[in-house]
Every structure is written in C-alpha cells, then in structure tokens.
Design a protein around this ligand. Structure first.
Ligand SMILES: O=C(O)CCC(=O)C(=O)O
Ligand SMILES: [Fe+2]
Length: 225
C-alpha cells in the first residue's frame, strides 16, 4: 500500500457498529447525485442518507467521538476541520466511477486535503465494491473489515467498483489538515512513529528529546493554522 494511504483498523468498536446499524435501519436514503459536483455527478451512482435525518446526526456524533479517540487518525491527518460525514449505500450494480473530490466543500468552506472512508459492511457480505485509489505509481484496491477506515490524500483519483451482489454501506468525509502538503504530513507521521519507538526504549535519552524537538520544529514550520 502507498505510504500516503493509511489503513485504520477497527476505528469503530463492535458496540458502535451495532448502534450505527440500528440507526441506518431507520434512515431515509435518497439519490447521491444531489450532493456531487457537476463532473462527479456523471459518474456517481449510489444512495445517501438525507442531510437532515436525525439518524444521520447520531451516526455523525458516534463517528466524531471515535475519531477524537483514535491516535492513528490524529497523527496521520493532523485534522483542523472535518466535513460532516455522509453515509452512502451501493446495491444493484451501483458504483462511483473514477473522479476527484471538490477541492473546497461546505459552508463555512473547508479545503479538502484528505478523504476518508469508514467501511460499514462486512466485506464477505457483498461482491465488488472495492475502493480503488490511483496513487503516483499504481492502483491500490481496498476492501477492509467492517469498522475499519481508509484515509488518503485528495489529489488521488479514486472510484468505487460496481457492487455485483449484496450491499455496501460506508461513511465518507473530507478533512482539512493543519499541514496542507501530503509529503510534509508523511514526514511528520514517520518522525512521530520513530519518536514513539525511541520513547519506549529510552524515554529520557537526549536523542529521544532531540527527535521530538525536530518533529515540533518541522510541524511549526509547515503548520497552516
Ligand atoms: O465510498 C467510498 O469509499 C468513496 C466514495 C467517494 O469517493 C466519494 O463520496 O467521493
Ligand atoms: Fe470521492
């Protein structure tokens, strides 16, 4: 997998997934084209919960709490703003063809630095429906476990393959990061991981402190707050 595509296993717990399943069962879905940009409309073929549905608001609140509690999400995304999650459903050969997401979304507007999909169906319960992402070198195909999330930079073209059996539910959102540039974000992410490993072995060693200082100084240099 590309280093800039981050897999977050079990972002949602089994209990949160049960609550979300119950809320989705009561929700009202409409044609997803209503929220796509004009270019994406032509390739978007799915259903979404209507924005004013109270079930959607409760799902958004469960997801936002889980995101706040996920160290991996916060280290990888360095989030400044998170667009309200959209919950989508694909069935009967529905798909979302190759597209890029709008660079700016919402009101007040956010810049979409990162996109995120949280998978809400068991991958064995549907056929097709992988999220495919074209990164600099190749196409990455993703169909992770229910409750897992995938985070990727918005500059990549991506699509959802047609669903040939079953139903694919997902929650999707976009993030404005405190660090706009994905290569800089990746360096900070890697330094953070090295610092974590060093800190376990030698929490007070000069090298551990020096690495933290380097990380902080680069973060300050690149931060876009
Ligand atoms: O459902 C997904 O995994 C991604 C959907 C998508 O690309 C979008 O809503 O813009
Ligand atoms: Fe998209």
């Amino acid at each position: 997998m590309s280093a800039q595509i981050i897999h977050i296993p079990q972002l949602l717990t089994a209990n949160e997934l049960i609550q979300i399943d119950d809320l989705i069962a009561t929700a009202h879905f409409v044609d997803g084209k209503t929220t796509a940009s004009s270019a994406a409309k032509e390739v978007k073929n799915n259903l979404q919960i209507t924005p004013n549905d109270t079930a959607l608001q409760q799902i958004q609140s469960i997801i936002n709490t889980a995101l706040q509690q996920s160290p991996l999400f916060n280290i990888a995304a360095l989030p400044k703003q998170i667009y309200p999650f959209v919950v989508s459903k694909y069935q009967n050969n529905q798909s979302y063809g190759w597209h890029v997401d709008s660079p700016i979304m919402g009101s007040p507007a956010i810049r979409t630095d990162l996109a995120m999909t949280i998978f809400l169906s068991d991958p064995n319960s549907y056929q097709g429906g992988s999220l495919m992402i074209q990164n600099d070198q190749n196409v990455v195909t993703l169909k992770p476990a229910k409750g897992d999330a995938v985070l990727y930079p918005c500059q990549f073209l991506h699509c959802v393959e047609p669903i040939t059996a079953g139903e694919r539910l997902a929650a999707v959102s976009w993030i404005q990061s405190n660090v706009k540039d994905s290569a800089q974000r990746q360096i900070l992410f890697q330094l953070n991981q090295v610092h974590g490993a060093l800190h376990e072995q030698a929490p007070h060693a000069p090298a551990t402190n020096l690495l933290l200082q380097t990380h902080s100084n680069l973060f300050r240099m690149w931060a876009d707050v």
